[in-house]
Design a protein around this ligand. Structure first.
Ligand code: ADP
Ligand code: 5GP
Length: 191
């Protein structure tokens, strides 16, 4: 008999769309689901916790991890590196635990290449103007980083069709309900 494994669910969206907000809610709704804590070389934001939101590492440490083949996927994003730990995903799904990844669009597509059963959810903003407004209101980026994120959003939105599920984040409550419905279906469906 085939051993059952947990599901891999990646949630992606252009920066500022609201994926962090939505994923945090999903972890409350599905407490057994494991959040894949990525490594990053960017600076910690106010309120973030090392080992919970990310593993904050130096560029040198990150490059060593690439050499050691520790990442299921990694990317240089803006001026920083981000990577998903292979061990984090594999140890959990082998224990039949489902893992949720909050990663960028290209990273999610890379995950699907390496784990074909992974399910990809794309969250999209109602408009560019609204996306820019949310990023500005979040007040976490410098002007340069803000511009890079907005420019990248266009490329990310063009890759949307490669995803399995789509949620518009216009009204946050509705987007949360829709994402919850999708995840519930993924968690209960057979391989
Ligand atoms: P991401 O993780 O995609 O970069 P965040 O979750 O950090 O985005 O959200 C970006 C900003 O937009 C945050 O300040 C968040 O509170 C806000 N936000 C999220 N969803 C909505 C929404 N539906 N309407 C208005 N603001 C939102
Ligand atoms: P932020 O700096 O806003 O936390 O994240 C910037 C972008 O990097 C977001 O789109 C976020 O989802 C993405 N990201 C976070 N972790 C990873 C990861 O491990 N791999 C990839 N490819 N992207 C990630």
């Amino acid at each position: 008999m085939k051993k059952s494994t947990g599901k891999i669910i990646a949630v992606s969206a252009p920066s500022g769309t609201g994926k962090t907000t939505i994923v945090k809610q999903m972890l409350k709704i599905f407490p057994a689901m494991i959040f894949s804590v990525s490594a990053t070389t960017r600076a910690m934001r106010a309120g973030e916790v090392n080992g919970k939101d990310y593993f904050f590492v130096s560029e040198e440490e990150f490059k060593k991890k690439i050499e050691n083949d520790e990442f299921a996927e990694w990317e240089r994003f803006y001026d920083y590196y981000y990577g998903t730990y292979k061990s984090y995903i594999e140890e959990n799904i082998n224990k039949n635990k489902s893992v949720i990844l909050e990663i960028d669009v290209k990273g999610a597509l890379e995950i699907k290449k390496n784990y074909s059963s992974a399910k990809l959810i794309f969250i999209y903003p109602p408009s560019y103007e609204e996306l820019a407004k949310r990023l500005k209101n979040r007040k976490t980026e410098t002007e340069v980083d803000f511009k890079k994120r907005i420019e990248r959003a266009k490329m990310e939105l063009s890759l949307k069709d490669k995803f399995d599920y789509f949620v518009e984040n216009k009204d946050l409550e509705k987007a949360i309900l829709e994402t919850e419905r999708i995840i519930r279906n993924i968690l209960t469906e057979d391989e």
